[in-house]
Design a protein around this ligand. Structure first.
Ligand code: ZN
Length: 120
């Protein structure tokens, strides 16, 4: 991958990380619902939603940080499984990708539950 593309990606990842942190802050401030029996269904649903969101955000943050670390160590863009270079076009769409397309589709066959949007 070209240096300028890598620099751009690093910038994008940092921006995303910043947004994720901000959202996490908001979600954490979500009031505690679901404790009193008077809670209505809507509030409980909102609470569950925020818990799910928080989980996704935490996972996203982890993957973004991992990508930044890989950039620093000059290992970014290398498939974790077969060690070949991941297609830069793929990285532009999924900056946190750690597997090349070939390994990813092999994994999809073995572990279909990993096919969540943030895991691509
Ligand atoms: Zn691979």
């Amino acid at each position: 991958m070209e240096q300028k593309d890598l620099a751009q990606l690093e910038k994008d990842i940092k921006t995303k990380l910043g947004q994720t942190e901000k959202l996490l802050d908001k979600v954490k401030k979500f009031p505690d619902y679901g404790i009193s029996e008077d809670d209505n269904i809507l509030e409980i649903e909102e609470y569950n939603e925020s818990l799910g969101l928080q989980k996704n955000l935490l996972r996203g943050r982890k993957e973004l940080k991992r990508a930044l670390k890989a950039i620093k160590r000059n290992r970014y863009g290398t498939c974790e499984s077969c060690k070949t270079s991941i297609n830069p076009e793929r990285l532009k769409i999924y900056p946190t990708a750690t597997l090349c397309v070939k390994c990813k589709s092999a994994q999809a066959k073995r572990k279909p539950w990993l096919q969540m949007p943030w895991r691509r």
